[in-house]
Unconditional design. Structure first.
Length: 226
């Protein structure tokens, strides 16, 4: 049974499906049989893809499940992105917004994001070390307000940070509207060095994604990414 057929069958039985993070919520659950549960588990990715096609293109989240034919991955974006914006980066992929951060505590995730944003923006705006330290200390006193402010500043500066489980990709929008990006293993990520490399990349007037696998000071080599 295909995912479409299964959706139709569930509908005939009065069951409603919706995305719940990386899972699927079925209501009312009392009508589920063991056979239907097995079919839902077996077709989970296809069902999530079908459900996501009916959602609001303006929905915004910083945490997305991206389902492509060959793979599915969770990605975190700073600043948060709308479904339409993610669809432009991953054409043809099914997208599911994840409301919470299962990988760790929400406060810690947002503090890490705030530190990263300040580091990258400080480099972009040529802050001194003292100015950087002052901005960070002030932001950590009121992290929720500061996070909203620095996300807005990142948008104005054309900066987007995209994270998967083990990689970081830093995007900058060029003056002509095109985008350049640096992609690196998360364990090697350093916002200041990456931004320096990215700006050299921009100065060379290239717009491809460049991968840096070991040290950020190495000469980047071209790589293909979705």
């Amino acid at each position: 049974m295909s995912a479409v057929d299964l959706l139709q069958e569930l509908g005939r039985r009065g069951l409603k499906l919706s995305a719940a993070g990386t899972g699927i919520r079925v209501e009312p659950s009392s009508r589920l049989t063991d056979e239907l549960r097995s079919l839902i588990r077996a077709n989970k990715s296809e069902l999530l893809a079908a459900i996501s096609q009916k959602t609001d293109p303006e929905e915004i989240s910083d945490h997305w499940l991206i389902i492509q034919p060959a793979q599915r991955s969770e990605r975190w974006f700073s600043p948060p992105q709308s479904r339409a914006e993610i669809a432009q980066r991953y054409p043809g992929a099914a997208l599911v917004a994840i409301p919470h951060h299962p990988r760790s505590g929400g406060n810690r995730v947002h503090e890490d994001e705030l530190r990263c944003l300040i580091k990258v923006l400080a480099a972009r705006r040529r802050f001194t070390e003292a100015e950087h330290a002052e901005a960070l200390a002030s932001a950590l006193q009121h992290p929720d307000e500061a996070l909203a402010t620095f996300r807005a500043l990142a948008c104005e500066s054309g900066i987007l940070e995209e994270r998967s489980a083990d990689r970081v990709r830093l995007w900058i929008t060029l003056e002509d509207g095109q985008q350049a990006a640096i992609d690196i293993l998360a364990k090697n990520y350093d916002g200041l060095a990456i931004l320096e490399l990215l700006e050299r990349h921009i100065a060379a007037k290239t717009t491809r994604v460049v991968s840096v696998e070991s040290q950020v000071k190495e000469t980047p080599t071209p790589a293909r990414y979705p």
